[in-house]
Design a protein around this ligand. Structure first.
Ligand SMILES: *[C@@H]1O[C@H](CO)[C@@H](O)[C@H](O)[C@H]1NC(C)=O
Length: 318
């Protein structure tokens, strides 16, 4: 867990050098992702994730042909890891649940006892050490069986995700008060489908990424609404999404418009549907992709539209 130490140290250095105080209630922590730390890729009834498959099938696409087969071995060393986190004095530990470890078929027909036990142990021991668990439901490791059905480009994927989220909320929601639905949809959709450099390794720029974008927004929203309807009154937790924001500034005044377009593409795509008053895609992006699609002779936009109902589902109440 050296990475955890580095994160905490750099934050303290920033605080000192900046000469400013963090506001009261500001909490420090560390974060990981299941595939990056757990290892134990083939233990018990766990099924393959798209990263297991990708790393084993395309070793040439990964630096040094590394895999997460063992990683930090946190599946076996979780107790030591929590001790280290406790010594560091972190207030929270963010980790992700491996979907194929908890639900090996990808669906809620069968819950892995070992998967359940692992995450219960982790959560309970963190709480004993007064470390708040912050749980990410999806950090890039889709069950490969769902990928074989199209993964994030299958329109049913938002329901598959929502059903998985419901299982996690009902198993762990009594103790987990901070939930993250998706980690960085820009990575899941745009970096993955535009470059093929990440699992699932398909290259479908301007098509696959946009279909994925829409499904990811719906997946987030459906999980969020399920928490609202079925769990919030009992558990009173918070549910959000992690967006990676690539911020771009114009170099000259002449580039202001281009910079704004770029920001809308890199950040607005995942923020506008949720946080804007009108909801839906950023209008400028929707217009540009529709025009380009039209010029290419397509009778529709490559960016799938939201229905009115979907806009409402995804949008907050602001
Ligand atoms: C699991 O994978 C490891 C390599 O990471 C291998 O040595 C081991 O035999 C595998 N176990 C099973 C049960 O397939």
């Amino acid at each position: 867990m050296w990475c955890l130490k580095a994160a905490v140290i750099s934050l303290s250095v920033c605080a000192v050098l900046g000469g400013r105080d963090f506001p009261p209630g500001f909490i420090f922590g560390a974060a990981s992702a299941a595939y990056q730390v757990e290892g134990a890729w083939n233990i018990s009834d766990k099924s393959l994730s798209i990263w297991d498959y990708f790393a084993h099938t395309y070793p040439e696409k990964i630096v040094d042909s590394a895999t997460g087969d063992v990683a930090c071995n946190s599946y076996n060393k979780w107790e030591t890891d929590i001790e280290i986190a406790s010594e560091l004095g972190v207030h929270f530990y963010r980790f992700s649940i491996s979907w194929p470890r908890l639900l090996p078929s990808g669906f809620p027909d069968y819950i892995s006892e070992d998967g359940k036990r692992y995450y219960n142990n982790l959560i309970n021991t963190l709480l004993e050490k007064r470390i708040q668990p912050v749980v990410t439901l999806y950090h890039f490791d889709l069950p490969q069986s769902l990928q074989d059905l199209g993964g994030w480009t299958n329109p049913l994927v938002s329901d598959w995700f929502a059903n998985y989220a419901r299982v996690a909320f009902s198993l762990f929601g009594d103790r987990v008060k901070f939930w993250i639905t998706l980690n960085e949809p820009i990575t899941v959709c745009d970096i993955a489908y535009n470059t093929g450099s990440q699992a699932p390794g398909y290259i479908s720029p301007g098509v696959g990424n946009y279909i994925c974008n829409k499904n990811a927004m719906l997946a987030h929203a459906k999980a969020y609404r399920i928490y609202d309807k079925e769990f919030r009154s009992k558990y009173n937790g918070k549910v959000s999404i992690v967006n990676e924001i690539f911020w771009l500034e114009a170099d000259t005044v002449n580039d202001e418009e281009a910079a704004e377009k770029a920001r809308q593409l890199m950040a607005g795509m995942y923020c506008h549907p949720i946080f804007s008053k009108q909801g839906g895609w950023p209008p400028i992006i929707e217009r540009i992709i529709a025009e380009k699609s039209n010029k290419e002779g397509l009778p529709y936009s490559r960016l799938p539209a939201f229905t009115e109902e979907e806009i409402k589902l995804v949008k907050g109440l602001n």
